[in-house]
Design a protein around this ligand. Sequence first.
Ligand code: ASP
Length: 431
Amino acid sequence: MKNKMSITTKIIIAMAIGLILGSIINAFFQEIAFIKTYFVEGLFHVGGKVFVNALKMLVVPLVTFSLICGVCGIGDVRVLGRVGIKAFGLYILTTGIAITLALFVALMISPGEGFENTASGTTFTAKAAPPLTDVLINIVPSNPIQAFAEGNMLQIIFFVILFSIAILMSGNIGKDIYQLAEKLNEVMMKVVTIVMDFAPYGVFFLMAKTFSEQGIGLIIPMIGYFSVVVFCLLLHAFGTFSLLLIFLAKLNPLVFIKKMRPAHIFAFSTASSNATIPVTLQVVEKRLGVNNATASFTIPLGATINMDGTAIMQGVATVFIANVYSIDLGASDYMTIVGMSILASIGTAGVPGVGLIMLAMVFNQVGLPVEGIGLILGVDRLLDMIRTMVNITGDATVTCIVARGENEIDDTIFNDPNAGIITDVELPHKG
Ligand code: ASP
């Protein structure tokens, strides 16, 4: 057996080097024009963007083929409906728990009290958030090609499910298309592996770029807010999810967390649940043993509508800003915050920084000053990276629970430490 390092190990090493190098640049060489132009805004920026683009490039075709296989694999519209309702219900439930937990902890610790609001000149102007009615209307695409072109996940899911049901209804012709989709899915998975082979470089560039621009020093004045958010994220990831995994999915949370590592790394470095879909799907199916029939549906759905980490940030941020501006929020405001965070997470896609737009929606609703978001802007990128890890962990947890209920999880794969480990790809050579 070749004693090669697994891709995950290589990526972790690359990530650490990128982080250290970026932080050194930020601390000592930030002002040097040469480094800024050729490395930070040159090599790191281009390398990182190319890699994120490559990941995003996989999402639409992968979700499409994989979802056709998933729906046709389930083969029964009633079962499909059941999986959908369970997943949706659990996504709402976990987000509800997340925001309640965050509000509870934040109210106990009360970050932001006595905070000197010397409003650092950073201003935040909120982008308009989509009204809920539009969110509902827009689930149905008026033009599926446009939905695919824009990567609008809910619309794609809607169309592909409908298309797959039609495949099931079309007898032999449908069968041919299903088989074709299975082959295309297989090939697409190979494309994922090829892109993953470049991941150590991509992750290195992303880390180096982010940390050369975002010095860790930014955290210091915001340490109160930052640490309460991180504490709640950890509590939810290791507390709530573990309990759900033990009691509802009958799975060992330690094995689960360990196996999720590749997906965590991608979520952290890209800060995008959407861009991480290919990796989450692969981990959940190949390493955790969930059948494609469930995962192909619940993972892209979760990446779009389920954001527990983001909800946690919103809970803590609301209490923090209310404290800084000495605004008293009442019980009904807190209820509104819980409801709004859940709705906001359904209506917005998992892309970097979207949490702040959602936060603006919440603030508008309860009458907190939206410009207050400027205060937390500086530390948001780092928190975004961390909360995205929690977001995708939620997607995977719910997927495992739904899969357990449907008898669609293979415990042998789950318990095999080597199952689905991503290794180097052997590119074909002639001769
Ligand atoms: N970046 C997060 C995600 O993709 C969303 C956010 O919190 O901004 O899940």
